[in-house]
Design a binder for this molecule. Structure first.
Ligand SMILES: NC(=O)c1ccc[n+]([C@@H]2O[C@H](COP(=O)([O-])OP(=O)(O)OC[C@H]3O[C@@H](n4cnc5c(N)ncnc54)[C@H](OP(=O)(O)O)[C@@H]3O)[C@@H](O)[C@H]2O)c1
Length: 296
């Protein structure tokens, strides 16, 4: 079969492309960077260089594919981040319609039931809606939990302040996922192509409280006493801006933290209580975290 993978050699794109190639399929990987061509070809895949903002490019690349994996790359330069994300969803929908693709595995997020109030995830609400509007196209939305790899973003804080934290409230339980588990779920759907109509699948590897996260990651770096600090919204926003993010992106991440704290982001997930499909535990990821910590 022929598949198109968006998201280049990112957290999910790379393991997904590798898996599909290993299974003997023809895989086209979309990247915005010509320098990635050799790396993509080294995996045994075909590189398509262009942007998710270019409907013509997407249409040509999607033509003839048995299935497409869609995701929205983070755009930290966006002026209106939610709208920017929603627009990529519209681009995908237009290209899927024009190219005649019939099967789409779309990366979404826990919280994508919220059209507003959940930061970038509220942009993904509109991506889901754009794809759901496609007649005669099978779409499965993989609503992923909070990536383990996001914790790499806390390394500076741990090193310089000796703490880890966020504005999520007093040690709430977070639904976490390893990107490899998402790639595995996406590969499973693409290889079987048995999903029909429009559906949602929650992809979570395990649930941990923020205190448990601090302990597991802290222990791996020789700091078992590492405290998880419950930040005020204002402090979260200011620390994100200080770390170099734009006000727009910092506002969105702070808003998402509020949605975690109020329970709204996980409301649908908690109501459904889907089974945990991911196999990777935070303990398995901790040595990788420690290695990156040591090198930074
Ligand atoms: N982080 C979380 O906790 C979380 C939770 C749920 C869902 N998500 C979703 O997951 C997404 C991130 O997935 P990921 O971690 O696999 O991505 P990633 O590792 O950030 O990789 C995305 C890749 O897309 C490529 N790209 C950037 N701009 C592009 C453009 N305009 N056109 C084409 N390609 C472009 C880049 O590679 P090149 O330089 O090669 O182009 C980039 O490395 C988020 O945006 C969000 O929608 C995240």
């Amino acid at each position: 079969m022929q598949f198109v993978v968006t998201g280049s050699l990112g957290n999910i794109g790379k393991p997904l492309a590798e898996r599909l190639v290993r299974e003997g399929h023809s895989v086209i990987v979309i990247s915005s960077n010509t320098e990635k061509t050799a790396h993509i070809e080294a995996l045994g895949a075909i590189a398509a260089i262009g942007s998710v903002h270019d409907i013509g490019f997407l249409t040509e690349t999607f033509k003839g594919a048995d299935g497409v994996y869609t995701m929205v790359p983070p755009n930290f330069g966006a002026v209106n981040w939610k709208k920017d994300i929603a627009r990529v969803g519209e681009n995908y929908a237009a290209a899927i319609k024009a190219s005649g693709v019939k099967n789409v595995v779309n990366l979404s997020s826990l919280g994508a039931h919220m059209p507003d109030g959940c930061g970038p995830v509220s942009g993904l609400y509109f991506v889901e809606k754009a794809l759901d509007g496609l007649e005669g196209v099978n779409v499965v939305h993989l609503r992923a939990g909070f990536f383990f790899t996001n914790f790499f973003g806390n390394i500076g804080m741990i090193k310089h302040l000796g703490i880890i934290g966020g504005n999520y409230g007093e040690s709430p339980k977070l639904a976490l996922v390893h990107p490899n588990d998402i790639a595995e779920a996406a590969a499973k759907e693409l290889l079987a192509l048995s999903f029909r109509g429009k559906s949602i699948q929650y992809i979570v590897s395990e649930e941990k409280t923020t205190n448990e996260i601090a302990f597991i990651l802290g222990k791996a770096i020789g700091k078992p006493e590492l405290p998880w600090i419950d930040f005020k919204d204002e402090d979260t926003f200011n620390s994100l801006v200080k770390a170099g993010l734009s006000k727009e992106v910092a506002e969105n991440y702070t808003e998402m933290g509020v949605a975690v704290r109020t329970g709204e982001m996980a409301a649908e997930y908690n109501a459904l209580r889907p089974s945990i499909v991911g196999k990777t535990k935070l303990e398995d990821f901790a040595p990788v975290f420690a290695a990156v910590y040591a090198q930074s």
